[in-house]
Design a protein around this ligand. Sequence first.
Ligand code: DGL
Length: 284
Amino acid sequence: MPGVSEPRPQQPVAVFDSGVGGMTVLHELLVSLPTEDYLYLGDTARFPYGDRTQEQLRAFSVEIAEYLLAQGAKLLVVACNAASSAALGTLERHLAARGGEVDVIGVVAAATQLAVAGSRSGRIGLLATPATVASGAYERAVRAADPHVHLESVPCADLAPIIQSGFPFDIEVVETVREYCAPLRAAQVDTVVLGCTHYPLVAPMLQRILGRDVTLVTSGAGVARSVERALAARGLENPQSEEGSYRFRCTGEASSFKALGTRFLQMPLGEVAQVELGAARAAA
Ligand code: DGL
């Protein structure tokens, strides 16, 4: 396997997700590290990842990582919870075999650390896709952080696709969210991890249904801090003093990605180009 040539500070930070949801993570990066350039890839041709197998998610993630490295990424952020849960270890090993010059950061550790540190009762909830819950990644991360903390996991089979197609949100979305919150209310959790990139978009509903005393935790801010530390450790912070650029790639159709992505990012998207990854082409 060829090594990656040593990354330079001027190269972009790459962020990938199954679709547009990872823009909730990208937004934190744009705010926290504004002088970096960003390249975002949404694998919309294979969305949703939430009902994929762990093997599929590992294969997709390695394929996307290779594409992003070829585009000159100096660091990879796996914004997708399903891909982070299934494939972070695989990606770490893959990048180590490629010379270990590029770090990869997922979303599970950041959200778990915040939740465990913030919970007073030691009872935490997780809302996530079936693939993320099935991976057991959050269970393992919580146990590693504090074995006395209880995690109540709720697989939300259709919530991400409903949010994605649900603008403007109607009563059906509220009822779906209410249903998924019921086990968390019964378990009397005081902290809930939003373990899917789409769920921050229904945070106002979640907060109302779960109650003001429940803290909602997302990974974005923690991921941004991890990215900042990883870049600093390698001397890879972009030296430019003005705002960096951000551009988008998707594996599905570009115009719908742009329309939906603008809603998730709440900023103009600018350049969006459709790309073909090998396996995505075969699955389409
Ligand atoms: N991006 C995925 C995640 O965070 C959610 C949507 C999907 O199922 O692909 O798990």
